[in-house]
Design a protein around this ligand. Structure first.
Ligand SMILES: [Zn+2]
Length: 403
């Protein structure tokens, strides 16, 4: 370990209990999304903690249309004008399996509870990493700006979208890191997403007069076929980015995740609908793939005279920063300095808020304690020591990128 990383470790280690206590209080805020409740209280707690840690802090009111309860962007700053490094995170969590998940449990060096991994634990590491960097004078010729948003679990158009729309992301930033649960890897790429709702309109008729009806269920089944074939084709197109060897490398398309329609078992259904949800590899052109899906739907509908409408409910571009980008190499060096083993780069199988920064040309990475595979489940947890190590990585990364 270098003198510098010793210094950071010596600053963080006496604060280990404080970090656990902060995470306990964050987990206790039930910021489930959907529906997006309790966000204001959690935002105020985050603002207060930032101040306590010596960061500048402000709550940014979200002005766009939304259905969330009191959503704010919590913005923190450590350091002075000059170079700029972003830390980004979200304080909403996916719904619990059990209310007990809002009471954090400590067992065998691990912290269990909703959001411990995804990603209130990451927020704790980012805030302490920034505070360490500031107090130890590691922010050199610049500053860390922390953005904490309230709606990542439902697409992040309200929170990160607000940052983008109001010019709050400076394209000249040297890099962005989000503390999502990447395990011990660095995520340098993430998939893009398109979600569709495909709806059909027909004519209702009682079973005794079924011949007078127009059966939308039959239309739906017909239109789903080419989409299922399309899903198979996309699954067989692998990404060039490195992935966890257990994860599928193709683009993923789920046809019929949700479906519905009809009024009764003995009536020809006058309405029917199904969803299509997809995660596209960074190499794919999402506009072209959307056009392909829409054409498949329109052509199949025309074959059976179906009246169809397609609603695009989500369109999120992918993100990808080459692993050999200097900002990536610098992060990998910090990870190695703290963990004592070489860092690995991988593509995240899901979508990441990296895309909001990547689109502006900012090198963007996911790196955080906790594992993705436990994140949304009943057994969500994070390792206490990993929280501290991750905070150390963030502090050192600030030192290197802002110097
Ligand atoms: Zn997350």
């Amino acid at each position: 370990m270098s003198a510098r990383s010793d210094l950071v470790a010596a600053w963080l280690e006496p604060r280990a209990e404080e970090m656990v206590d902060f995470l306990t209080r964050l987990v206790a805020e039930p910021t489930e999304n959907p529906p997006g409740t309790g966000l204001g209280r959690c935002a105020r707690l985050l603002e207060e903690e930032m101040r306590r840690l010596g960061l500048e802090a402000e709550l940014v009111e979200i002005t766009g249309p939304h259905t969330l309860e009191e959503p704010f962007i919590v913005r923190g700053t450590a350091g002075e004008e000059g170079k700029l490094l972003y830390f980004h995170g979200h304080y909403d969590v996916v719904p619990v399996q059990d209310r007990g998940q809002f009471t954090m449990r400590r067992e065998g060096g691990k912290l269990y509870g909703r959001g411990t991994a995804d990603m209130k634990g990451g927020i704790v590491s980012m805030l302490y990493g920034a505070a360490a960097a500031k107090e130890l004078g590691l922010t050199g010729n610049g500053r860390i700006v922390i953005h904490l948003v309230p709606d990542e679990e439902t697409g992040s158009v309200v929170g990160a979208g607000h940052l983008r729309e109001h010019g709050m992301i400076d394209p000249s930033a040297v890099a962005m890191v989000t503390g999502e649960p990447s395990g011990t890897s660095i995520w340098n790429a993430a998939r893009g997403a398109i979600s569709l709702k495909v709806s059909f309109e027909g004519r209702e008729a009682h079973v005794g007069q079924a011949a007078f009806g127009i059966n939308t269920f039959a239309h739906m089944v017909h239109v789903a076929q080419p989409l299922l074939a399309y899903a198979e084709e996309m699954a067989a197109r692998p990404t060039g980015y490195t992935m966890d060897p257990d994860d599928p490398t193709g683009s993923m398309v789920v046809v019929g995740g949700l479906s519905g329609g009809g009024s009764n078992f003995n009536v020809v259904p006058a309405d029917a609908w199904f969803t299509v949800d997809s995660r596209f590899n960074p190499e794919e052109d999402l506009h072209a793939e959307l056009e392909r899906m829409q054409t498949l739907i329109r052509d199949a509908a025309a074959e059976v005279d179906a009246k169809v409408t397609v609603e695009v409910t989500q369109f999120q571009p992918p993100a990808g920063t080459p692993a050999d980008h200097p900002a990536g190499a610098a992060l990998a060096a910090c990870v190695e300095e703290v963990r004592g083993e070489p860092a690995r780069f991988e593509m995240c199988g899901g979508i990441l808020e990296n895309r909001w920064y990547d689109q502006l040309g900012i090198p963007a990475f996911g790196y955080g304690a906790g594992r993705l595979d436990v994140s949304h489940g009943p057994n969500e947890h994070v390792d206490e020591q990993e929280l501290i190590r991750t905070a150390a990585v963030y502090a050192l990364y600030a030192a290197d990128t802002l110097a």
